[in-house]
Write a protein that binds this ligand. Structure first.
Ligand code: TTP
Ligand code: MN
Ligand code: MN
Length: 950
């Protein structure tokens, strides 16, 4: 085929006619299946077909194309019935092994094998047998996982640049998936690092091993050779999975750029296929869940890059995503956070300091491995790949839609259907669910919660909602369907029943939900609390995948939007929640012999919170189970209302904001304190808010002592206003994003980042970092975003904190919210924010030290604070008490010393070495700020004591 207009030749291998069903209607249509020689040709061919073209002088009309916008990996996997991470069998005699024959060829670039794999075979793709992950095919292969981390020599004040700053260390660790720990790695992080680590790349290829190299002191050819070493190491270890922390956007691109700078030409061949160079591409990714992210992508054929940071960004909402904070969160362990400026010094020091750096660097490679294992990432992601059919890498690089497409294509193929290519335009794509108006208050009686199991998926299954079952206007008559053959949805759309034709979407959903059921069953069996959490994460991921099938039909900028489906789903949902409320309230009444008239006090989307009027959790549970079953019987299978939990007591603040003690299995012990939409988890508040709200809720819910909670809140407010709160409690962190920068000049963290860059560009936060700051006192009228300051800078320079800001802008709203249902609206404010406790009599400025530096310039008497003319410790009047005063100050000094050494030990323990200086500068660690603060106090106190001259 040749197009005159575009002047490209398109190689068509085959055109066959197949009879297939369109997505609407029951009559098969003729389709042309066009097979192209290479994937690259598909897009131009599609364009030609859609535009129409001239064949010679003969005009060809335009056609609409089907399935011409499918990722090639997905296309292949669907056609060959292969799902992500499944086992594939090569039947005997159908394949030919490629031997690495000795042909006398010396040139290593002319191998007989095209890849670095142990086995390489030729086999026809139609001969592959793929095995669904069942029975023995559920096992996971012993994958080799390589984790690595690089350390660059930093220049003071600048972020490392690959064109200038050498890579001084690369730590690598290899682990077999499923094994406990990397076998030749140190069993504990404090065991000595053997000297042989230096250049041990070749020591034990294929076995668990580690390596490092450094550029330093090498030059010319030697430097090139060392640069090569790591790439060689990777090729010899031949990992299936490569991991680390932020390797995708930092380590890998840096290494490739550095290698290019050094002209180490053989470096960028990191994949399994010989001769394919790894290059860096920019990619951006956008999703509803994650927002917009700019990423770098490095190709590495045959290996999966599984950057732990990317996993965590997707799966966990955390206050901070530094490796340090993350390790502490999940492993209760931190790494030593060495400041960039120190790294070069350590490197240029001696064997000892380099060893030091090695330990530090190695831990950065080790922690991602441990986290991957602890969070069961590989297993859970593989399960997801197997269920949804996409390659493992898609789960980290793509959104929810591709998973639905993959499943949809598979089901469509089974039924002989082809998927249309739909041009989509943006538009409203949200139809809301019902929220039952909350009856706010503090309930000191059990509240039963009933919730539909997988509501939207089960609606789609129950009513057979699908693209292929939707009846266009007037289609029912045209097709001669009888009224029993189809249903009318609450939005007035018509769908045929499964007796006429079973939908694809219900089929997909059954599949996903049965995987969720399995995960839930496993979760139930598990006793280890952490594993329970992880398994809960797995069932939740499957739940989200199931719900995203609904989302797919409603996404206007999607591959195949269909508002008739998505709106019918929410329409049914709204109807059902209303019906549930009526059913419950009409049956559970005194009239019908129950203890009280039940009342639905709140409900959201698919759940109702019922005050059933019983006094024990046990009764509330029993009644809940009975009610759930009874209500379920009013709905079409598989729609099922479930007893979910009892809250006792329950604090209902507003829509989507509540807290309660959560009982789900045992009526005697609560599972947890459940807080929804309350500042206990919000990340952009300072820890003081979360801690205070949390403690208050504990007092209210667990101790059932609302008055005690009020007293506690007042105490903390008083501490805050009198400067008795530790600065670590006041640190707010916000992520520095591109969009935040675009609103330049308006936000505290953006402003601060800018100011810090002017002070020292190297240590200033970068795009994507979370910026920690505190709000400091300033003249009246200065905007809050100008009052942000680096906590360390505040500590070091004795800058006073704006405590009013913390009370008014941080604490007051969340506090009032939880106390209003208890104290009443007007009283809450006067009790909490207006009382005596808000008038601080003894402002301990010296604690934060704002005025202290000032005062020391004109020295005052340590006894009575009278201004001194001479440089002595006390005034004439206090002279007689001098010894006593000295004793007092000395004892204060020693208590500070003790506190400091306690914190110091804590930091040493955390970094895992007892005989080294603590270098940790982790800004995510409260201990770090406390240590800094005490150090400062200690210095001041030493100065003060020295004034006695004794
Ligand atoms: P849920 O009750 O949270 O979810 P569920 O009913 O699907 O699952 P479970 O068995 O755990 O109760 O939410 C109700 C509906 O809200 C859900 O069916 C679809 C919609 N929803 C989404 O569309 N996306 C989501 O991420 C969530 C959580 C819900
Ligand atoms: Mn539900
Ligand atoms: Mn729900």
């Amino acid at each position: 085929m040749r197009s005159n207009k575009e002047n490209i030749s398109v190689t068509v291998l085959a055109v066959d006619i197949t009879r297939m069903y369109g997505f609407h209607g029951n009559h098969p249509l003729d389709f042309l299946r066009i097979t192209m020689a290479t994937p690259r040709l598909i897009a131009p061919a599609k364009r030609l077909l859609e535009q129409g073209f001239k064949f010679g002088t003969f005009p060809i009309q335009s056609y609409s194309s089907f399935e011409a916008n499918i990722d090639f990996e997905i296309r292949f996997m669907v056609d060959s019935d292969v799902v992500g991470c499944c086992w594939i069998e090569l039947p005997a005699r159908k394949y030919r092994v490629r031997e690495e024959r000795n042909t006398g060829e010396i040139d290593p670039h002319h191998p007989t094998k095209a890849s670095l794999c142990q086995y390489e075979v030729d086999v026809g793709w139609t001969d592959l047998i793929s095995h669904p992950a069942e029975g023995e095919w559920q096992r996971i292969a012993p994958l080799r996982v390589l984790s690595f981390d690089i350390e660059c020599a930093g220049r003071k004040g600048v972020f490392p640049e690959a064109g200038v700053d050498p890579v001084i260390q690369i730590a690598s660790m290899v682990q077999r998936q499923g094994r406990k720990s990397p076998s030749s790695a140190p069993s504990s992080p404090c065991s000595p690092v053997p000297a042989s680590w230096a250049h041990s790349c070749s020591a034990s290829p294929r076995r668990d091993s580690y390596c490092r190299y450094w550029e330093e002191r090498a030059a010319g050819d030697e430097l090139k050779e060392r640069g090569m070493k790591w790439a060689e190491f990777v090729r010899t270890v031949d990992p299936d999975i490569i991991t680390g922390y932020n390797i995708q956007n930092f380590d890998l691109p840096y290494l490739l750029n550095r290698a290019a700078t050094l002209k180490v030409n053989m470096f960028p061949y990191l994949g399994r296929v010989r001769g394919i160079k790894s290059v860096i591409r920019d990619s951006s990714f956008q999703s509803k869940q994650m927002g917009r992210r700019e990423n770098k992508a490095v190709n590495m054929e045959g290996r999966v890059q599984f950057d732990l940071l990317q996993v965590l960004l997707r799966d966990y909402k955390l206050r901070s995503y530094t490796l340090n904070a993350v390790s502490f969160h999940f492993l209760q362990e931190q790494k030593e956070d060495v400041q960039h400026s120190i790294i070069t010094d350590l490197q240029n020091g001696n064997e000892q300091t380099r060893r030091r750096l090695a330990v530090y660097c190695l831990k950065d490679a080790y922690l991602p491995l441990r986290l991957l294992q602890k969070l069961m990432c590989v297993i859970n992601y593989m399960e997801m790949a197997r269920v949804t059919g996409v390659p493992l890498t898609y789960l980290l690089s793509r959104g929810q839609q591709i998973k639905v497409v993959s499943q949809l294509l598979r089901q469509a193929m089974k039924q002989g259907l082809v998927m249309p290519v739909v041009k989509t335009e943006g538009g409203e794509d949200y139809t809301g669910a019902t929220v039952i108006e909350p009856e706010k208050g503090y309930y000191s009686m059990p509240i039963t919660t009933l919730d539909f199991s997988s509501l939207y998926p089960s609606i789609m299954m129950a009513h057979n909602l699908c693209y292929t079952t939707l009846l266009q206007k007037g289609a029912a008559e045209k097709l001669g369907l009888s009224p029993e053959d189809f249903i009318r949805t609450p939005t007035g759309d018509y769908f045929v029943k499964s007796s006429v034709r079973k939908g694809l979407l219900p089929e997909i959903l059954e599949n996903l939900l049965s995987a969720r059921k399995r995960a839930k069953a496993e979760l139930k069996k598990e006793t280890d609390p952490f594993k329970k959490q992880v398994l809960d994460g797995r069932q939740l991921a499957l739940k989200i995948s199931a719900n995203s099938v609904y989302g797919f039909t409603g996404a206007q900028v999607g591959k195949l939007p269909c508002l008739e489906i998505s709106q019918s789903v929410t329409g049914f949902g709204r109807q059902m929640i209303e019906q549930t409320k009526q059913l419950v309230e009409s049956r559970y009444t005194i009239e019908n012999g129950y203890q009280a008239n039940s009342k639905v006090i709140y409900g959201d989307t698919d759940s109702v919170m019922v005050k059933v009027g019983v006094s024990t959790v046990k009764e509330a549970m029993d009644l809940g189970k009975e009610a759930a079953e009874w209500v379920s019987s009013h709905f079409v299978q598989p729609i099922k209302l479930e007893f979910e939990k009892v809250y006792y007591p329950y604090l209902l603040i507003n829509k989507k904001r509540y807290a309660g003690l959560y009982f789900s299995s045992s009526p005697d012990t609560h599972d947890k304190m459940d807080c929804k939409g309350i500042e206990t988890v919000r990340r952009d508040n300072c820890p003081l808010v979360a801690n205070l709200i949390n403690t208050c809720l504990q007092k209210i819910l667990i101790d059932r002592d609302p008055q005690g909670a009020v007293e506690h809140a007042k105490e903390v407010i008083s501490d805050l206003l009198c400067n008795r709160i530790d600065i670590s409690q006041l640190v707010i962190t916000k992520e520095l994003t591109r969009s935040a920068q675009e609103y330049a000049g308006k936000q505290a963290h953006v402003e601060l980042a800018e100011r810090m860059r002017k002070r020292d560009a190297g240590s200033a936060p970068n795009l994507g970092d979370r910026v920690p700051y505190v709000i400091i006192k300033a003249a009246k009228g200065v905007a809050a975003y100008m009052k942000s300051e680096d906590p360390i800078y505040v500590l070091e320079n004795n800058i006073p904190i704006d405590t009013q800001y913390y009370l008014e802008q941080q604490l007051s709203k969340p506090l009032l919210r939880i106390f209003e249902p208890i104290l009443g609206e007007s009283k809450a404010e006067s009790v909490l924010l207006k009382g005596d406790h808000t008038r601080c009599k003894t402002v301990l400025t010296s604690r934060v030290g704002g005025l202290m530096a000032f005062a020391q310039k004109r020295s005052t008497c340590i006894g009575c604070k009278a201004v001194l003319k001479t440089d002595t410790a006390v005034c004439d009047f206090c002279k007689k008490r001098e010894s006593e005063l000295y004793q007092k100050e000395i004892s204060h000094l020693s208590s500070l010393e003790e506190r400091f050494s306690r914190l110091w030990t804590q930091c040493q323990r955390c970094q895992g070495s007892l005989h080294e200086d603590v270098l940790c500068t982790s800004r995510d660690c409260p201990i770090f700020y406390m240590r800094k603060k005490v150090q400062k106090d200690l210095d001041d106190q030493e100065k003060l004591v020295s004034r006695f001259g004794w």
